[in-house]
Design a protein around this ligand. Structure first.
Ligand SMILES: Cc1cc2nc3c(=O)[nH]c(=O)nc-3n(C[C@H](O)[C@H](O)[C@H](O)COP(=O)(O)OP(=O)(O)OC[C@H]3O[C@@H](n4cnc5c(N)ncnc54)[C@H](O)[C@@H]3O)c2cc1C
Length: 386
């Protein structure tokens, strides 16, 4: 077991740190939150630096790097803002990674180079207005018709919705009931019958494109099918890569909040002394650092053991659930250390708290993850329908 960063990882951290300073990412983070404008201008820059598609297969134009490197990059960028980290997240641990593992040669050739140069982005589309945690009850359906499938249904809360060029849609095929009927296919922006709802307004993650998707008799060619029904478990297993990325976002946001809180505690004075000299502040800071480090160990373990492949479901679930709880706790404590200024939008910690809340729902709720973990601990599946 080696708990140190490799030389390559140290260079990656320095590259992002220098970029963040040069490009004034702290100011940019504030700007994004205020204006709700996604930083699209960063996508090309990230592509030039090799940060897009780092984990995707070399033979298709990706970087062939281990998952941990992408997690480190996401973490470093999310210290400023998860919106700044988002293109690196999507292109490394998002649905394009699932396509890299499960898709056909043609799909990879078509999509991966475009994702690596920033021209394409892919969204994952599972949730529906009436179906979230209970995913196997999804209603979107693809009916076989000649050399195509005709897709009908609606998706909700789709990150990248409207902006992404491609959509990995989880759908039922030919109305086959239960999880056995679920597979996935790629829907392209501009296909006839495919439209978008209004932009979601969230508590945090301001600027993130997100909306409902509508499929009204969308004719999807059969070559766009990524996974046919009957392989739902394989589909969900690849999603654990994204869950590690979600946990990486939490490490970054919490790391950013801890840094801000420490700086403030050394500058702010009360009773004639910097507040960092009060033991209550010290203990709060230590608790933040302790929880962040514990989460980092869980996330890095899941990513390290995944290498360039799939993480263990147990390790990825533990990492995500813990990191999701940790980031809310740490950003909340950071606000407390800032006192009244913590509640003011003039300082970044209230934004970090708002951004933190999303991750324990996105990518599967903390409760659903814990149900899965309990099943693995007890060695039996707890069917929620019975
Ligand atoms: C910021 C953000 C980004 C998102 N991005 C995407 C995306 O890109 N693509 C996508 O497909 N979806 C996305 N989602 C949707 C997200 O995956 C769902 O919101 C999530 O899976 C929960 O589903 P739900 O909202 O329908 O909640 P529900 O399933 O209705 O759950 C409501 C509550 O009940 C709890 N609950 C449900 N069943 C049980 C049970 N058996 N035992 C105990 N508790 C239970 C849940 O934990 C939750 O607390 C995003 C959501 C957010 C907030």
């Amino acid at each position: 077991m080696d708990f140190s960063y490799s030389e390559e990882q140290q260079m990656l951290i320095k590259l992002i740190h220098d970029l963040g300073e040069r490009e004034k990412f702290k100011d940019l983070a504030r700007e994004i939150d205020k204006t709700c404008q996604f930083p699209f201008q960063l996508i090309k820059k990230f592509a030039e630096l090799g940060l897009l598609g780092m984990t995707l297969s070399i033979e298709h134009g990706g970087g062939g790097q281990p998952l941990l490197n992408a997690i480190i990059a996401i973490e470093e960028l999310a210290k400023y803002s998860p919106m700044i980290a988002a293109p690196v997240f999507e292109s490394n641990v998002g649905p394009i990674k699932a396509i890299d593992i499960l898709g056909s040669e043609e799909q990879k050739k078509k999509l991966i180079p475009g994702v690596c140069n920033g021209e394409y982005s892919v969204s994952v589309c599972m949730t529906e207005p009436e179906v979230g945690s209970d995913l196997t009850a999804l209603r979107t359906n693809a009916l076989e018709n000649g050399d195509s499938y005709v897709l009908n249904g609606r998706k909700a809360f789709i990150t990248g919705g409207g902006h992404a060029t491609h959509y990995l849609v989880y759908t039922r095929f030919d109305n086959i009931k239960g999880y056995r009927g679920i597979g996935s296919l790629i829907v392209e922006k501009g296909m006839e019958g495919f439209s978008f709802g209004k932009q979601e307004v969230y508590m945090g993650l301001h600027g993130m494109p997100s909306c409902d998707l509508f499929f009204d008799n969308v004719r999807v060619p059969k070559e766009n099918v990524v996974l046919k029904p009957g392989e739902f478990n394989r589909l969900m297993t690849t999603f654990h890569i994204e869950r590690c990325g979600n946990a990486g976002m939490c490490l970054g946001i919490a790391g950013g909040a801890l840094a801000e809180a420490k700086k403030y505690a050394m500058e702010r004075e009360a009773f004639g002394r910097p507040i960092c000299e009060f033991q209550a502040i010290q203990f709060m800071t230590v608790d933040m650092a302790m929880k962040l480090d514990a989460a980092r160990l869980l996330v890095y373990r899941a990513a390290t053991n995944a290498g360039g492949g799939l993480p263990s479901i147990y390790e990825a679930s533990l990492a995500k659930a813990y990191a999701n709880e940790m980031v809310v706790d740490v950003t909340n404590t950071a606000m407390q250390i800032f006192g009244g200024y913590g509640y003011s939008t003039e300082f970044p910690v209230e934004r970090m708290y708002r951004d933190a809340k999303a991750w324990g729902v996105a990518g599967g709720t903390i409760q659903m993850l814990k149900i899965g973990i309990a099943g693995m601990l007890y060695g039996r599946r707890f069917d929620q329908r019975k």
